[in-house]
Design a protein around this ligand. Structure first.
Ligand code: SAH
Length: 344
């Protein structure tokens, strides 16, 4: 029988699990703290548990974390990209970014992705596997250990579509925000989606105070469908309706991501159209000059187009920021390092 994946259990579940082993529920809380506050990677480290209990855990459960493979430091800023391997042999990547307010980790939620966005490297080989909640959390813990730091913010913007791995993504959020674990406040967690509309409603129902980011990347369905296959299933109107609902239920402002691709979606008329679409939504737009991916043939918008686009949004009171392009020299855009590693 496969051993229990104890690292992926939310605290309540872990307490229930301890009961099935004939132990008191509070032992679950102790084990949870070992795993997620002290970041133990084996049962023998759990010194306040009896030897007998540690043996019982070893027999029945596994701590299915990640194996570190290598890291890649950026020369031009303080961004580091990591490659890890899952127990089943999937290669995944994560990015550490240093900001004035602290450390942020960008985690992957899947090995590969099946969304097929035409500018994104993560999706080139399709979806290989969903990551477990423990594998998503372990990216943060392994990076903290490597660098001897504490991570204060998390963005779910690495490889994969978090809402296509809904249950594990939500379990991950509950685990890392638990005050008996890593204690990373939900307000400091951002989940980014390409816009799986019914899942956005499902997420709103959970009323988690996380930030929802929606990858819009286009002001109309024609352009969106030409770069994002998911747009053939959900129209922009449907996505925006779901975003509005999310903002109303949770009271949290929604972020829209807009990767600027030269000649595709970065013209002044595109910006004008976008302002009309976002008029009635409490929104923040993140403008990201696209990171060129070798296989894709897209070009980054010129600085001038980026500036103009931002100016047009601001002139219509649409709050926006141009995202600092971190770590371009280390292939920090989604899926790029992982892909180059696998080619070798
Ligand atoms: N699947 C989720 C999260 C992963 S991608 C989503 O679609 O939101 C995180 C963000 O990076 C998304 O907005 C995605 O569209 C964007 N992205 C992917 N490849 C990019 C590239 N080459 N340049 C700029 N942004 C990119």
């Amino acid at each position: 029988m496969e051993k229990a994946d104890i690292l992926s259990m939310e605290k309540d579940l872990l307490c229930e699990y301890m009961k099935t082993l004939g132990e008191a529920a509070f032992r679950g809380k102790q084990v949870f703290s070992w795993l997620h506050a002290k970041k133990a990677v084996n049962f023998d480290d759990m010194t306040n548990l009896s030897k007998a209990l540690r043996e019982k855990l070893k027999e029945n459960a596994d701590i299915k974390g990640l194996k570190y493979i290598k890291k890649h430091k950026s020369l031009d800023d303080e961004t580091i990209k990591y490659l890890f391997e899952t127990e089943k042999g999937y290669i995944i990547e994560s990015v550490l970014m240093k900001y004035s307010y602290g450390y942020t980790v960008c985690v992957s939620t899947q090995a590969g992705c099946r969304m097929g966005c035409s500018f994104c490297a993560s999706t080139i080989g399709g979806l290989e596997s969903n990551l477990t909640a423990g594998e998503i959390a372990s990216q943060i813990y392994e990076i903290e250990k490597q660098e001897n730091i504490r991570v204060s913010r998390v963005v779910m913007m690495g490889c994969g579509e978090p809402l296509d791995n809904f249950r594990n993504s939500v379990a991950f959020i509950n685990i890392i925000s638990d005050s008996d674990g890593a204690g990373i406040s939900k307000r400091r967690i951002t989940l980014s989606t390409c816009g799986l509309t019914e899942k956005i409603y499902e997420l709103a129902e959970l009323d988690l105070p996380i930030t929802l980011a929606i990858s819009l990347h286009a002001p109309n369905d024609d352009i969106r469908r030409s770069i994002m296959p998911v747009a053939k299933k959900y129209s922009i109107d449907e996505v925006l309706k779901a975003a509005k609902h999310y903002a109303e239920v949770t009271g949290r402002r929604v972020t829209f991501e807009y990767s600027l691709i030269d000649g595709v979606n970065d013209l002044p008329e595109n910006a004008e159209e976008l302002t009309k679409r976002l008029k009635s939504i409490l929104a923040h737009v993140n403008l990201i000059p696209v990171n060129p991916v070798e296989e894709r043939g897209y070009k980054k918008s010129s600085d001038n187009n980026v500036k103009n686009f931002s100016k047009i949004l601001s002139s219509r009171s649409i709050e926006n920021t141009v995202r600092r392009s971190l770590g371009t020299d280390i292939n920090a855009a989604c899926g790029q390092l992982r892909k180059s590693y696998k080619k070798i």
